[in-house]
Design a protein around this ligand. Sequence first.
Ligand code: NOJ
Length: 766
Amino acid sequence: MTPCPWIVRTKLLKLAVPLALIIASAAVADDSPWRDPPGMAPIIDEFLGRMTFEEKVGQLGLYTSDWSVTGPTVRAGYKEDIRAGRVGAIFNAYTAEFTRELQRLSVENTRLGIPLMFGYDVVHGFRSIFPIPLGEAASWDLAAIERSARVAATEASAEGIHWTFAPMVDIARDPRWGRIAEGAGEDVYLGSLIAAARVRGFQGEDLGAVDTVLATAKHYAAYGAALAGRDYSTTDMSDRVLRSTYLPPFKAAVDAGVATVMTSFNELNGVPATGNRYLIADILRGEWGFDGFVVTDYTSINEMVPHGYARDLAHAAELAIDAGVDMDLQGGLFTEHLAALVKDERVTEAQVESAARRILEMKYRLGLFEDPYRYSDPARQAAEIYKPEYLEATRDMARRSMVLLKNAEATLPLSPNPGTIALIGPLADSKSDLIGSWSAAGDRDEKPVTVRAALEERLGDRGRLLYARGAGYAFEDAGDRSGFEAALEAARAADVVIAVMGERADMSGEAASRTTLDLPGAQAALLEQLVATGKPVVLVLMNGRPLALEWADANVAAILEAWYPGTMGGPAVVDVLFGDYNPSGRLPVTFPRTVGQVQIYYDMKNTGRPLTPDKVNEKYLSRYLDAPNTPLYAFGFGLSYTRFEYSDISLDATEIGPGDTLTASVTVTNTGDRAGEEVVQFYFRDLVGSVTRPVKQLKGFEKIRLAKGESRTVRFSLNADDLAFYRADMSYGAEPGEFELFIGSSSDDVRAARFSLKGETTMSEF
Ligand code: NOJ
């Protein structure tokens, strides 16, 4: 048997230096973060030339370890699979020690010693847990979001992780869907910028650096449009909606250099995404030129059988590889069926080889051919995990992500000497809930600092804290009032009540759809009784989706949306409650008044019978009989402890041509009594089109900090390309006509101006 270059280098030390040099010099990337490092192709060719067909198929298998379960079945015997070379990558395995042990199984036992790649769901932190992604999106702070992903990659890579299954870039407009927590919310523009920021954060400048990991844009595609918000359910939509709303964040991730894309569980227009040639071969690879690898979701190949799309599992494997899938996550079908499929000439060897090539290329870019153990470094692990600055970064991100939804009579911030505080609610002292779902290797038992702990520390002897859990949040707790009396007693004895309520952490995330958006369990009933004590009630929410808060909005004094704020969530909440941090988050998703308004989002169409304020008593309009059309809290909404005033918009032109740029400016003044941050938002509307256009579309924003009394002029520019859309004939470009432009503090609080575009433009892509 002729040894491959890898074996030569590792096993025969004499030859190691020259080959290591070749590989090291080849690992220097050209101008893009990871595309085609010089010298990669010959080395991968060399490997592929020496690999048997079975070894190539082996690279296409991704199996979970037995460390954690993130899906329905676990293929037994993964270690045996590694030794036998049937595995290209392992997920749900971490720590330097364990990944070393598994890596050794592959490097030392298989014929060619090809290194494994270790993947994991590092979604909002690895050990030091940041707010859930929806919360981070509420910061509208791209630099902070990128930093969060950077910290996560640094910690994860120190424990052997090469690859994260994040960012989740699914646009989500249905709060019943539990996975809304994992993405950036409802908006295409904001979601696309956040997708790119997260990819940059995870992958850094250079995939060859030991603190960067491969990112995954998931779930491709349209998973967020699941019918009735039920996870894994059907999606069906026009090509225009697909391309205008659901695909742009994936395109943004691809443009940012994302290394991998994960297919979704859903079918789209009758074809499961994992067997969807149109999505993978035509759009992702063909139109966008994606040259990383495509991985399935957890057994999503196998699920093409119950979908009713594949006759049997072998057929499912054939459909997936044909569509352009490279790696099978946990399904085992490539391992089981590709050889027979090739023998029967249903799949070609070339298809298998190109999938293996793409996977090997990523291993090369990660530097694993240079040193398969380079990420599994116990010393780096010891130094990196839970570094104080990482924990501080989680606290800072958590503060930035909180959204102040109501603040009657300046209830907040609390006075530094607040007297007696009654702290009530199932989330006030729960460590495990603070870090939300998909919290990777984050500790749930010791590290998280709860609101109770942080409040005790903050108060010291400046106030008294009375704590009572009060009510359960499980659905089955609904009738249980046993804790109410203790909570009410505390409330009656207090100057202010802080109720920390919301959803148990596992009520959002995967397989966590709901049919109501109420506070679950006995919380709503307790909240009513707390309010009835007459004491001011501050509601702090921890939840992974928009909740229906109409009663609370009408009755409590203040509401702070804290999402699941992460390991340092408690101190971050306390920072905001006391005004050490002035809240600056803005909703990345609409909060309906009631679940019956779903789906409700800001960039809706006008309809032919719009409900306008002058027609509220008319019947034959697009409206509900029993609720207004407007949401409770609009996309982009969020209060501050200070006030911001906007001047009228001034435009430098009221007419532009295809090559022109228009600049709109407003002056924003902080008229309150403290410094604060404002997210100045910029929207437009195309009044008439060859297909109808949304009533508003976000096209820019800037987060500014203004000292008390300070004014700043904020400018946004716009050209014809920014006005482009998929026209009646599906070409992409702008159409001449009249436009409205809006600038303001929320999608429903804006100043408006008009301009026109003369002449049309055509672009090749969005
Ligand atoms: C299924 C989830 O849909 C996906 O997001 C995740 O990455 C995989 N399981 C692996 O845990």
